[in-house]
Design a protein around this ligand. Structure first.
Ligand code: GCO
Ligand code: MG
Length: 403
């Protein structure tokens, strides 16, 4: 089998999504997700100019060699643009090989380690009461695990809070970056009350997750972790920016609240120190942004040695193609923890028909060969690209902060 074509499809059914389609001389094709929220066209250019032409004529079953070719061969290693491009190629090749073998991807990877994949949903509200209503809605839908994010009194807008109750939270909300305001002290004074209220209303069994979105310093994160210990969070996510990985050691010394990190990581080298020092409990690097299945399974294998489990990033800015492939990976990977799930809009679901199904707080990847996600190109073409940027964040005195 030989690759005869590789094309990039950009569509915006409510948000920009980038898909790589690789076709073979045997009529089998595979697709991969290459979406990098707010920087989509950088990956498109990388794929079109530097990757697609070099794929033509190759044997799609040489997945490892093709991965190494684009990783080592670029000379300029790592980084979100390069690794998202490689991730899309890799996902599409595994899809092709699954289709050629007539097997769902999870079987190619080594078969089922579990019957179904637990996911967490997103409950957001402007205040604690609004948040509790949203948690209730998720519990009614069957979710066993819910991420809770609520507005902070005295701060006009904050990460993770949808504009209206029940609406999807889409951070890339304007053409150029919008500006949010942040106050660490207001946040730290308020947020423990949210978890207390969720526990009081929903009891001990519901898994509660929370995303700090990189905003604290290590000692502040340590304080938060300690204060919320009585509410037994499933995890506290991205409590500090992770460039300084040894900082997690300080947080760890102070708290037993489990820590999750890694949605912005794109290589095993970003994860290594955190995993080897056992400073984290869940690793969030996922297939699109971290070089596809071939690379992320190395990360998962390293993590397994240190009792770290997977908790893949799964916002709407990753397309159903990544979600489908991730659900196969989650079904197979021995050290699975949880999978993030932010439902895509109906328009997006129509553009990307898929075999995966939600039931009772869990997903199954389906039995279709490959990753089981397709793209309706004619429909995709009806939604042209629209520039959208992620916000920036400033402290109340105007200092630019982490968003
Ligand atoms: O935990 C999450 O799902 C993430 O933090 C997202 O909400 C990011 O903000 C988004 O992916 C940026 O593009
Ligand atoms: Mg996050």
């Amino acid at each position: 089998m030989k690759i005869v074509d590789a094309r990039v499809i950009v569509t915006c059914p409510g948000r920009n999504l980038v898909t790589l389609k690789i076709e073979t001389d045997e009529g089998i094709y595979g697709i991969g997700d290459a979406t990098l929220n707010g920087r989509e066209l950088a990956v498109v250019a990388y794929l079109e100019e530097h990757v697609a032409p070099a794929l033509i004529g190759r044997d799609p079953s040489s997945i490892e060699d093709i991965w190494q070719f684009f990783y080592r061969g670029a000379y300029w290693r790592r980084g979100p643009v390069t690794m998202s491009a490689i991730g899309a190629v890799d996902m599409a090749l595994w899809d092709i090989m699954g289709k050629a073998a007539g097997m769902p991807l999870y079987k190619l990877l080594g078969g089922k380690s579990r019957e179904r994949v637990m996911v967490y949903g997103h409950a957001t509200g402007h205040d604690i009461e609004g948040c509790l209503e949203e948690v209730q809605r998720h519990v009614d839908l069957g979710y066993r695990a819910v991420r809770v994010q609520c507005g902070i009194p005295g701060i006009a807008s904050t990460y993770g809070v949808a504009k209206k109750a029940g609406e999807r939270y889409e951070p890339a909300d304007s053409s150029l970056p919008s500006e949010n305001v942040w106050s660490t002290s207001k946040y730290l004074n308020h947020v423990p009350k949210l978890f207390q209220a969720v526990r009081e209303r929903f009891g001990d069994d519901l898994h509660i997750l929370h995303d700090v979105h990189h905003r604290l310093t290590p000692i502040e994160a340590a304080r938060l972790g300690k204060e919320v210990e009585p509410y037994h969070l499933f995890w506290l996510e991205d409590c500090v920016p992770a460039e300084n990985q040894s900082a997690f050691g300080l947080i760890r010394q102070h708290t037993t609240t489990p820590l999750a990190v890694g949605e912005v990581f794109n290589s095993i080298h970003d994860c290594r120190e955190l995993i080897e020092s056992q400073s984290i409990d869940y690793i969030r690097a996922t297939l699109t942004h971290a070089g596809g299945i071939t690379h992320v399974r190395r990360i998962a294998a390293l993590a397994e040695l240190y009792h770290v489990r997977t908790g893949f990033h799964g916002p709407t800015d990753l397309s159903p193609v990544c979600m489908g492939a991730a659900l196969h990976f989650d079904t197979w990977v021995p050290n699975f923890g949880i999978q993030e799930h932010m439902p895509h809009s109906e328009e997006i679901e129509e553009v990307f028909p898929h075999a995966y199904r939600f039931e009772d707080g869990h997903f199954t990847p389906g039995e279709a060969p490959g990753h089981g996600v397709d793209i309706d190109e004619a429909l995709a073409a009806k939604y042209p690209y629209k520039r959208a940027s992620l916000p920036v964040n400033r402290l109340e005195d105007g200092t630019l902060w982490h968003w």
